[in-house]
Ligand binder design. Sequence first.
Ligand SMILES: [Zn+2]
Length: 409
Amino acid sequence: MDISIIKHDKCRLCGSKKVVRFLTLDGLPLTDNLLTKKELGTEFIFPLDLYVCEECFLVQTLHDVNVGEYYKDYLYSISFSEFARRFAELLAKRLVEKYGSAVELNVIDIGGGDGLQLEYFKKLGANVFCIEPSEYLSKISRGKGIDTASCLFTFDTVQRIPEKYLPANIVVSSYTFDHVSDPKDFLKAIRKIIDREKGVVVIEVHDFEKIRNRREYCLFQHEHTTYYTTATLQNVLASEHFVLLETEILTNQEKRGNSLLVVAAPEESIWAREAKNKISLNEYCKTSTYEKFGIEIKESLQKFRSYVEKRTNEGVVLAGFGAAGRGILSLAASEVSFPKIRCMFDNNRSIHSYYTPRSHVLIESPEKIEDFGVNEIIVFSYGYFGEIKNSLKGFIENGGKLTSLLEVI
Ligand SMILES: [Zn+2]
């Protein structure tokens, strides 16, 4: 993969140079850059530094990976998940009920993937338009009869949206806003397409407060440029003349575990009178909060590394379970690799026979456990621990040990 880095020296939101680094994860690969045997050692690896701005307290990286090329070949889709379909259906329904009074409802999805979210708006009678940088996903979206532009969304690419979809009454963007290099440019571009009187914009990002509470360091990826709390998201919206209306359009049970989902509107719109008051940053306005968190993450990674050392010194043959983000980044960030972890098991067939980036552990089907002489399996996808435990009954009955990553860190 041909990838380059662009560095910044000031805050992406307020431009302040008072940015403080609170965490460095050395040599992180791109999460889904799985390798064939031939590609081992050729992967992209770069330190990930996380900063907090001491003026506006936005958590961010100060480097961009040249995403255009990367997302062009992006294959990741959530459509296979029952949960994701239900989420998309509920979100469309609630938004149309509450904010969709326009006779001709125009809905635009930015980073719309394979058109999953828009399918549900379409069913409700809306005119829908998708903007998606991945050629592969755009093709699927078009196949569903959804007009789609294959590009990144910026102030300059707005012109690719045909007139008939404008102005947009509802603009949706899930897990895209925290990938962009310039959040202010992104919001300026939304102001260009949104109905200033009655339009709303819905933005979903990873919630920094939840990441901190759950120590979810696996979400610190090169792909993410910014991390928001409700208060910092309100600030960035306000800086481009949007007001935050609500964060409860869906309940916590209806959203993914670390979701921060907000509805906002132009400050001159009819909705502005329902705007939330300014939300306090509370402990997030102290640099020490972030520094303490950075230390906790380092401690977790050190604990993991020590555990692996201890067990392998005792002669235990270790393997992992779950070759998604958490597994890949736990190994990479704690510098644990093959042969200390002999193999990584995963139920996803399409990634079998590939190797994890940086740690170079072979990914295999759990049906092959016996071939590796494994005594203990560390479960990285611990959200599914019960399910995995059930499926590995044979291994456990034969004296194998199953350990959740949570027990280790
Ligand atoms: Zn700032």
